[in-house]
Structures are given as structure tokens and as C-alpha cells.
Ligand binder design. Structure first.
Ligand code: ADP
Length: 489
């Protein structure tokens, strides 16, 4: 027991709170979105940057090219100076190259270290020529392409440079490397966004879990009170969670059932102690009578001793009933199933009521088909039949008639017992099977009753999985029936 409780507690401690669960889920979800967003934003920034560079390079390249023509026409000869000045003006690198990749202008000596760095003109001219060929560009027409080294290149063939017949090219490039400051701007905005999202998920998770947890915590507290025996608790749901409302409804139902059982149990104790008290009082009274009065008179003594025996029997059967029920409903005793003749068995049970026919004028009308075999626990089914017939005797009307029938019905055997009593009200039909339920006038009946009879019947038949029920008409009587399986004999 202690171990079990410990294990349960351990399990409870391990489970996380709804708040934490919601919070982590929200946070992970939000962070995933932020990451996705920042990733796509990075791409967008890079793409836009590239496009801008391409556009600008196309423009400045064209300008440099036409300025070069003008410069040449005006008789300018310092091409190197011209190109270097354009380099600064347009933030590009501008060269005039020969077909074999030799640098024509500006002079290698004039190049700033930044400009000359990593420039492999031989390779670049190959790419440029290839692009021009692909574009089928005529002399003077320009091409724009992305170089493998991460640069955008504006290039054109120049007609009027160098020695006669020698091909020359204008090569202008601009690095595509995105400036760090732009990227770090984007990054810091992402970090800010992530922090904001974290705070937001705290708040949202907090408010949602508050909405969820509050009613559950309330219910836990009330369920605790219910467990301590307070049946006045009322479980309430919320407006925003049908599941929580369903839980509250279920708990309310459990409370009703518990309080009903509790009430019935109290009533049973009152009833049973009353039933115990009556025979005990009688036993005591008659024993005193024998001791003081009838001891010497054998005839009277005999009569009084018989009363004592009868009352002791009643007491014993009452105790048996209570024990039976607790045994059956605890599920401890197993059913001992066997195939047997239910017809013969029913007649045997009926014989026990024979004395009522002989001494108190009861009529038993029987209609029992012979040799109907069933598979069940004979002792338990005996109890069922005894209780049902006993009830019919107890509750039958003035004519003191009880009808018992056992008939084959397809694959089943239908047992029924009818009385002509005042019947059972519709609203009581469901309750009569409940444990401890007793009608008010339970006390002056020929067959002993404890309010447990039908509950024993129900438990036994349910364990057998047999169908059973009652049909009753107020003022006309009731018929209790059971359907047994029919087995070949
Ligand atoms: P008991 O008969 O000892 O009171 P039962 O469990 O056998 O307990 O029956 C429960 C209640 O069902 C009875 O108190 C009675 O109100 C009702 N009942 C049972 N059988 C009949 C019947 N044949 N006719 C009318 N009422 C019945």
C-alpha cells in the first residue's frame, strides 16, 4: 500500500506543469518562426543587394564607357588617370585589357593595392570574351554577368584602342560582398524580435495556462473535499473549454453517485440493525420466558424454543446475505460454471417455498418445460431464483398468487416470475436493483428481505453476462425475467 502510494507520488512529481509545457511549446514554435523569418530575410536582403549592385553597375559602366569615348574624342591621352578617377567616382574597379589579359590601362604601378589585389586578368579576360561571344555582342555592346569570384562584371569590346587591329576590352567590376553593417543590422533586428517573441510567449502561455489551470486547480481542491466526505461540493466548468466542462460534469455525476451510495449505506446500517434487533429481541424475550415461565412446561418450552430457533435462522440468513453480497461484488469468488438441468433446479428452489403454500395459502402456478439445460454457476443461480421468487411472494397481491415459468425461446431459456402485487413505479424501476434500496413497507413479509436481494441478483447475472430485467404495471403486478443460454444435454 505504502509502496503503491510512493510510486504514484513519484509519477505525479515527474509530470510537468501545464504552464511549463505551454510555455516551451510556444517558445519553440515562435523561435522556429523567427529563425525561418530571419533566414528568409537574409536571403531577401542578399538578393535585393545583388540586384541593386547589378543595376548600378550597368548604369555606371555605361556612363564610364560613353565618357571614355568623349574623353578620347577630346584628345585625352591619360587613360590611366581617367580610369582611376572613375574608379573612385563610381565605387567600381575599371580596367582596359588586351585580348590576352595584359593590363593596358591604368599602369600597374598606378594601381592602389586594393585595386590590384587578387586580380588575375588572364582568367578574367577569358570569361569576358566568352560572355561577349555568347551574347553575340558587336563591338561596343556591353555584357553584364556575375563572375565566379563573387563580382559583377560590366564588360565591352573597345574598337579604337591599342595598336591597329589589336583587340582591347573595357572591364569594370564591383564586388558583390554584402557589407557587414547591413547584415549586422538585420541580425540585431532578429535578436530583438526573438526577445520580443520570448516575452510574448511568456505572456500568452501564462494567460492560457491560467485559463486552463485555474478551473482544474479548483476542481482538484473540491475533489479533495469530496474525498473527505463533503458531498455539497459543486464542480463548475468554464466558458472556454468544453473538455473542462465535461470533466466538471463527470465529477458532479461521481459526486451524486457517491452521495447516493453513502446515503444508502447509512440507510442499510439502519435497516440491517433494525432487522438484527428484531430477532435478537425476540430471542432474548423467549429465552427469558423459558427460563422464568415455561421451563417446566415441555409443550410451551418447545414452542418458545422453536421461536428462538426461527429467529436465529432469520438472523443467520441476514448475515449470509450481507456476506454474500460483499463477496460477490468484491469479485473474489469465481463462478463455478457447469452444464446442468435448469428445469429440475427451478423445481427444487420452488420446493423451498412449499411451506408457504401449505401454511399461508399462497398459490404457485408453474409452467416449467422439462430438461432445459444451461451453463452457469448452479449455487449462484439458485440464489437468483430464490430471491426473485421470494420477492414475488413478498409483494404479490391479495390473491397470494405467484406464477413461475421456464420456457425455451430460440437459443435461450426464459425464466420469469410474476406476481399480482401493486407493481413498481416507473421512477423506481431503475433504483430497485441498487444495493441497499428498499421500499418503505419492507417489514412484514413472509420471506426475509434485507434490501440486498435484487442487488445480489443483478451482480450475479451481470457476472454471468445474462440478460435480465423487469416489466411492471402499477396496480397489476410485476414480472422479473432472466434469459439463460440453452445448451444441448
Ligand atoms: P427487499 O425485497 O429485501 O426489500 P430487494 O433488493 O429484493 O430487497 O428488492 C428491492 C426493492 O424492490 C424492494 O424493497 C421493493 O420495493 C422492490 N421490489 C422487488 N421485487 C418486487 C416485486 N415483485 N414487486 C414489487 N416491488 C418489488
Amino acid at each position: 500500500m505504502g509502496k503503491l502510494r510512493k510510486r504514484k507520488n513519484a509519477r505525479r512529481r515527474k509530470s510537468t506543469s501545464i504552464y511549463f509545457m505551454l510555455w516551451t511549446t510556444f517558445l519553440l514554435f515562435a523561435l522556429a518562426i523567427v529563425l525561418l523569418f530571419s533566414f528568409s530575410q537574409n536571403r531577401v536582403v542578399r538578393q535585393t543587394y545583388k540586384e541593386t549592385i547589378a543595376r548600378e553597375l550597368a548604369k555606371s559602366g555605361k556612363e564610364i564607357q560613353s565618357e571614355l569615348v568623349l574623353f578620347e574624342q577630346a584628345g585625352g591621352r591619360d587613360y590611366g588617370g581617367f580610369l582611376i578617377s572613375r574608379t573612385q567616382k563610381y565605387d567600381v574597379r575599371a580596367f582596359i585589357l588586351k585580348a590576352d589579359g595584359t593590363l593596358l590601362f591604368p599602369n600597374l604601378d598606378d594601381l592602389t593595392p586594393a585595386l590590384s589585389k587578387d586580380v588575375d586578368f588572364a582568367e578574367k579576360i577569358v570569361r569576358l570574351k566568352e560572355s561577349l561571344r555568347k551574347a553575340d555582342a558587336e563591338t561596343g555592346t556591353a555584357v553584364l554577368y556575375e563572375d565566379r569570384s563573387g563580382e559583377y562584371v560590366y564588360g565591352a569590346r573597345l574598337p579604337s584602342f591599342g595598336e591597329e587591329g589589336e583587340e582591347t576590352y573595357l572591364y569594370i567590376s564591383r564586388s558583390l560582398k554584402i557589407s557587414e553593417s547591413i547584415l549586422s543590422g538585420v541580425r540585431s533586428r532578429t535578436v530583438l524580435l526573438a526577445v520580443f517573441v520570448m516575452i510574448l510567449s511568456f505572456a500568452v502561455a501564462g494567460s492560457i495556462s491560467g485559463m486552463l489551470v485555474k478551473p482544474i486547480a479548483e476542481m482538484t481542491e473540491k475533489a479533495g473535499a469530496l474525498a473527505r466526505g463533503d458531498f455539497s461540493v459543486d464542480f463548475r466548468g468554464t466558458d472556454y473549454g468544453s473538455e473542462v466542462t465535461a470533466l466538471a460534469d463527470t465529477l458532479n455525476y461521481a459526486r451524486d453517485e457517491l452521495s447516493k451510495t453513502d446515503r444508502m449505506q447509512k440507510e442499510l446500517i439502519a435497516n440491517v440493525s433494525h432487522d438484527f434487533k428484531t430477532p435478537l429481541t425476540m430471542i432474548k424475550a423467549y429465552a427469558s420466558m423459558i427460563k422464568e415461565i415455561s421451563g417446566g412446561n415441555p409443550e410451551k418450552r418447545e414452542k418458545h424454543a422453536q421461536v428462538i430457533i426461527d429467529e436465529a435462522d432469520r438472523l443467520a440468513s441476514l448475515v449470509n446475505d450481507v456476506l454474500d453480497l460483499s463477496k460477490i461484488s468484491s469479485g473474489l469468488d469465481v463462478l463455478k460454471l457447469e452444464d446442468y438441468d435448469l428445469s429440475a433446479y427451478t423445481l427444487e428452489v420452488l420446493e423451498k417455498f412449499g411451506y408457504l403454500a401449505d401454511t399461508q395459502g399462497y398459490h404457485f402456478q408453474t409452467d416449467i418445460e422439462s430438461e432445459l439445460f444451461t451453463r452457469a454457476d448452479p449455487a449462484k443461480i439458485g440464489q437468483v431464483l430464490y430471491n426473485l421468487i421470494g420477492n414475488a411472494v413478498n409483494y404479490t397481491g391479495e390473491d397470494k398468487t405467484v406464477r413461475v415459468a421456464l420456457k425455451k425461446e430460440g437459443e435461450k431459456i426464459l425464466f420469469s416470475v410474476s406476481d399480482s402485487g401493486k407493481g413498481i413505479k416507473k421512477e423506481e424501476l431503475a433504483s430497485i436493483w441498487e444495493r441497499y434500496y428498499r421500499s418503505a413497507d419492507a417489514h412484514k413479509r413472509p420471506v426475509k428481505g434485507t434490501g440486498l436481494g435484487l442487488s445480489i441478483v443483478k451482480t450475479i447475472l451481470e457476472r454471468h453476462r445474462f440478460r435480465f430485467g423487469v416489466e411492471s404495471e402499477v396496480g397489476e403486478g410485476s414480472t422479473f425475467y432472466v434469459l439463460f443460454p440453452l445448451v444441448g444435454n
